[in-house]
Design a protein around this ligand. Structure first.
Ligand code: ATP
Length: 442
């Protein structure tokens, strides 16, 4: 039996992963948990999300099929007991998949992928559930059924790319208090296990980034390539007591949300990989955000490196008109929030006003040429000059402290183009690319 769960928490507390962790313990009375529980991140632009738009799936191998109804009852009761029903935006959903004919698998595979890349309606989930006779339970407006069904779909059909996260949970009496974690042990754990683990610490900003600051039950999460790596790191970390922990298989850090598209096809609330040429110079706006534009075939889009991306903004500030780039990120209000950028080719030439008497000549008006303010000499044309660039082509990414859950860090390897652009779950792995990481030159 596959159990999908979503939308049980609020900003003030709880977390659906914790509910899943508690359930895993309780369900052992009816069978064994098959494989890893799945922690699925859905479309990061969904306005209803509490934090990271997570949904969970657990696969239970029932010891006795007769216990199926008892197991379902236990799941529903646990959600009723633990979900924060009082929060307006908490609309829990639970899905139970017991049988899966081929047609249903194919439809679910498409639905799950759309939940990561697209914006779905509650009735789309309900229609699928009813048409295939999938047992489910929705609460309040039942929006959680979208995520619950999507997570269950991935458990059924598999993930084309995945990583792991070990999440350690706090003792209940400590929820809402400052987390006690020995920072030295965290840096040591990272040093011993990186690059098989990542985003535990942020070297550039000299910060530990694997622990949230919210009042939820999570103490910290360690992300990595395999169970051994995240467990090794975990064994080295000294902290307040861990109430329980779970190793999840996850679509985090896979770029699964990204759609390969053209700028003219971009829609708000989706995430993209877009090719273009820089058409608007980077400018720093109030709040320290850096905005530039790219265009392709007459279509243009603003791109932003927001203040929390810290040093990444210095990369973006080096861009010049005509640079050939690929940007990766989510679009909101017609602005792409850059998660990473591939600088394919730098524009090394620029048309400028001619020089005379040690200064730039002044334009005499459109099409009128240029005049030297000192000696009065006139020149008709602009001149081509070679630009000195302080950056090299390659990939650049935001620091771990600003990384979105789904964004694939360069340490996992980088490919040019989407990891999986089709609606099917069994996409082919992309070959590792030969291009290096870029450098800001001083
Ligand atoms: P939680 O820990 O409770 O899962 P969260 O930050 O993950 O918190 P939710 O509280 O689950 O966010 O809220 C997200 C809501 O949006 C859920 O009801 C989920 O079913 C729904 N949802 C997720 N993905 C999509 C999508 N692509 N289109 C429409 N709704 C979605």
């Amino acid at each position: 039996m596959i159990i999908g769960l979503d939308d049980t928490d609020s900003k003030e507390g709880m977390c659906t992963t914790y509910l899943a962790a508690v359930l895993i313990g309780k369900l052992e009375k009816y069978g064994t948990i098959k494989e890893y529980p799945l922690l699925i991140r859905l479309n990061p632009n969904i306005i209803y999300k509490t934090r990271g738009n997570a949904a969970l799936a657990i696969q239970l191998l029932l010891r006795d099929r007769k216990d199926a109804e008892k197991a379902k009852k236990l799941v529903i009761e646990t959600v009723e007991e633990m979900a924060v029903f009082s929060a307006e935006n908490t609309n829990p959903g639970i899905v139970f998949i017991e049988e899966a004919p081929e047609k249903m698998r194919n439809e679910l595979a498409r639905f799950s992928m759309r939940a990561v890349k697209d914006v779905l309606e509650i009735h789309e989930a309900k229609e699928l559930l009813l048409r295939h006779g999938i047992s489910h339970r929705g609460f309040k407006n039942e929006r959680g059924l979208i995520g619950a069904l999507a997570a269950a779909g991935f458990a059924l059909c598999g993930l084309p790319d995945y990583s792991y996260e070990l999440i350690a949970y706090r003792e209940k009496n400590r929820w809402g208090t400052l987390r006690e974690i020995d920072e030295g042990s965290v840096w040591a754990a990272d040093a011993a296990t990186h690059p098989d683990t990542w985003d535990t610490v942020d070297y550039e900003n000299k910060r530990i980034v694997f622990a949230p600051h919210s009042p939820d039950p999570i103490l910290f999460g360690i992300r990595g390539n395999c169970e051994t790596a995240v467990r090794d790191a975990f064994s080295m970390i000294k902290s307040e007591p861990v109430e329980r922990y779970v190793v999840y298989k996850t679509n985090q850090n896979t770029d699964m949300h990204l759609i390969n598209a053209k700028i003219s096809e971009v829609q708000n609330d989706r995430s993209y990989i877009l090719d273009g040429k820089v058409s608007g110079l980077p400018k720093t706006i109030e709040g320290g955000h850096v905005i530039f534009s790219i265009s392709e075939n007459g279509a243009a889009l603003e791109c932003a490196a927001f203040e929390p991306t810290k040093g990444f903004r210095n990369v973006v500030r080096q861009l010049r008109i005509g640079d050939d780039v690929t940007v990766y990120g989510s679009v909101k209000d017609r602005t792409l929030n850059v998660e990473k950028i591939y600088i394919k080719a730098l524009n090394l030439h620029e048309y400028r006003n001619p020089m005379c008497c040690g200064k730039r000549m002044k334009s005499m008006g459109k099409g009128q040429g240029y005049r030297c303010e000192k000696c009065g000499a006139v020149n008709k044309e602009k001149v081509i000059e070679t630009l000195k660039r302080n950056i090299s082509p390659g990939f650049y990414e935001v620091p771990p402290s600003a990384r979105r859950h789904l964004a694939k860090p360069l340490v996992r390897g980088h490919t040019i183009g989407a990891v999986s652009s089709c609606a099917h779950l069994h996409g082919e792995a992309q070959p590792a690319c030969q291009h290096g990481q870029g450098k800001i030159l001083s």
